[in-house]
Design a protein around this ligand. Structure first.
Ligand SMILES: Cc1ncc(COP(=O)(O)O)c(C=O)c1O
Length: 448
């Protein structure tokens, strides 16, 4: 249906337009190649569309301004890290205060217990710990789960993403667990560490856990890293029943599904995990993540951490739980990601979804758009039931074109997602701009 020749021509002309209109970013990118691997400070940044990444001068609220003076509606929001909106005042004040009064001490600050109580109130789990990233939080939880159960393996969903956690870079090839395609330097054979099951497949989960060697099932309540794959009715309740029946600890990773509301999908859908992980926006952009646990789990872990021979070296880190991170989290959670913020952001996501769905329907394209709270994403297939269904429809050329077309017209979309994330700082006009730009891109592509 997509004319690949036309797509290639459009990509070339958009690329030309990007280079011509971003000279300062081009210069900075050329300089960076002298000292930075692949010209970027972090590998994911090579995935942005365009010959080089846009260099940001300022990011405030829902807007980014680049070094060439272009302003963008930011629908990426730092791939969720800035879901609060960029540079919110309360976080800036808290960070400034901590910078002047001590950033890191290896001792608790008074903000720590406030943040723990607030997370308990939001998510319903009573006991909390902190980490620097959601990756780390997941890693620590997996370690605790193996410790508690004495079992060696973990289970994850096919085509999941939970950060750079080695055991989770696993997918199914038929019935065999293999590294994700293109995985860089797998640490060990993932078949030794991990069982993988398709999302929305209860029989496969039951079979995988029946081996008796799985400590924990780590999952997002809806997949959000391969488009959005929503759970079928009753699926999550049945997952809980199956994990309990096999004495497997259930970890819900809410790092992205926090978009469902102030207490994530766990609160919105009444979930009952043993552990919960949340990261990215809870510090308003400052690196901090958290993991919560039930009282039953905490009662077993607490004494173990204090045992004379306990080695806590595998959990935590020197800068973890710092006064800086906790001050930022307190400011962010007190002033953002609240009911009243979602009350603004969710209707914007609904409007965006309707706009994209309208363009898809108008052209009768076999694409879909899914939404979860203030997050929405289009994908090049009918609504997928599993991660593998969604993975089969990945189309890098089409992604690249749509992202670059949007960027050249003032809209930032996250690379490797066709996702829009809304904050209370976005406006109806931002949404309508995207609908228009997306519609024009599809018109250009189909030559209509
Ligand atoms: C569901 C989920 N968990 C964990 C992570 C890891 O977060 P971080 O990269 O901040 O460690 C991500 C990152 O995208 C994620 O999507």
């Amino acid at each position: 249906m997509i004319d690949r020749g036309r797509l290639a021509e459009l990509c070339t002309s958009e690329e030309q337009r990007f280079i011509e209109t971003h000279p300062r970013s081009g210069e900075l990118a050329a300089q960076a190649r002298g000292s930075l691997l692949a010209g970027v400070p972090m590998p994911w940044m090579t995935s942005w569309p365009g010959a080089f990444p846009v260099y940001v001068d300022e990011a405030v609220g829902a807007r980014c301004t680049d070094v060439d003076g272009h302003e963008y509606v930011d629908l990426c929001l730092g791939d969720t890290g800035a879901m609060t909106g960029h540079a919110i005042g309360a976080v800036a004040d808290a960070v400034r205060h901590r910078a002047e009064h001590g950033i890191t001490t290896m001792l608790p600050s008074s903000d720590a217990a406030w943040v723990g109580s607030e997370l308990a109130r939001r998510f319903g789990l009573p006991q909390w710990q902190f980490a620097l990233s959601a990756t780390d939080a997941n890693r620590f939880v997996l370690r605790f789960a193996r410790f508690l159960t004495g079992r060696p393996k973990i289970a994850v969903m096919d085509w999941c993403y939970h950060g750079t956690v080695d055991e989770t870079f696993a997918v199914l090839d038929g019935d065999t667990v293999v590294p994700r395609p293109g995985a860089i330097g797998p640490q060990v054979d993932v078949g030794l560490t991990t069982r993988v099951v398709p999302f929305n497949d209860l029989e496969a989960l039951d079979r995988a856990l029946a081996h008796g060697d799985v400590a924990t099932l780590l999952m997002e309540p809806a997949l959000t890293n391969i488009g959005i794959v929503l759970p079928e009715d009753g699926y999550l309740d049945a997952v809980r029943e199956i994990t309990r029946r096999h004495d497997v600890l259930l970890v819900i990773d809410e790092t992205h599904t926090l978009c469902a509301g102030p207490g994530g999908a766990t609160r919105a859908w009444g979930l009952d995990p043993d552990f919960l992980v949340v990261g990215k926006p809870i510090g308003g952009g400052v690196p901090i993540a958290a993991y919560g646990m039930t009282q039953v789990v905490a009662d077993r872990l607490g004494p173990a951490l204090h045992a004379p021979d306990a080695d806590n070296g595998g959990v935590g880190g020197t800068l973890t739980g710092s006064p800086l991170g906790l001050a930022a989290a307190r400011a962010a959670l007190a002033n953002a990601l609240r009911e009243e913020d979602f009350a603004v952001a969710v209707p914007l996501a609904e409007r965006w979804t309707a706009g994209v769905a309208g363009v898809i329907a108008e052209h009768d394209l076999p694409w879909n758009v899914q939404r979860l709270g203030c997050r929405a994403e289009y994908w090049f297939c009918p609504p997928p039931r599993t991660g593998a269904d969604a993975a089969a429809a990945v189309d890098h050329d089409l992604d690249g074109f749509l992202h670059l077309w949007a960027l050249n017209r003032g809209i930032l979309l996250t690379p490797f997602h066709n996702m829009a994330l809304f904050s209370p700082h976005h406006t109806v006009a931002d949404v309508d701009l995207h609908t228009e730009v997306f519609g024009d891109a599809v018109d250009a592509l189909l030559d209509t």
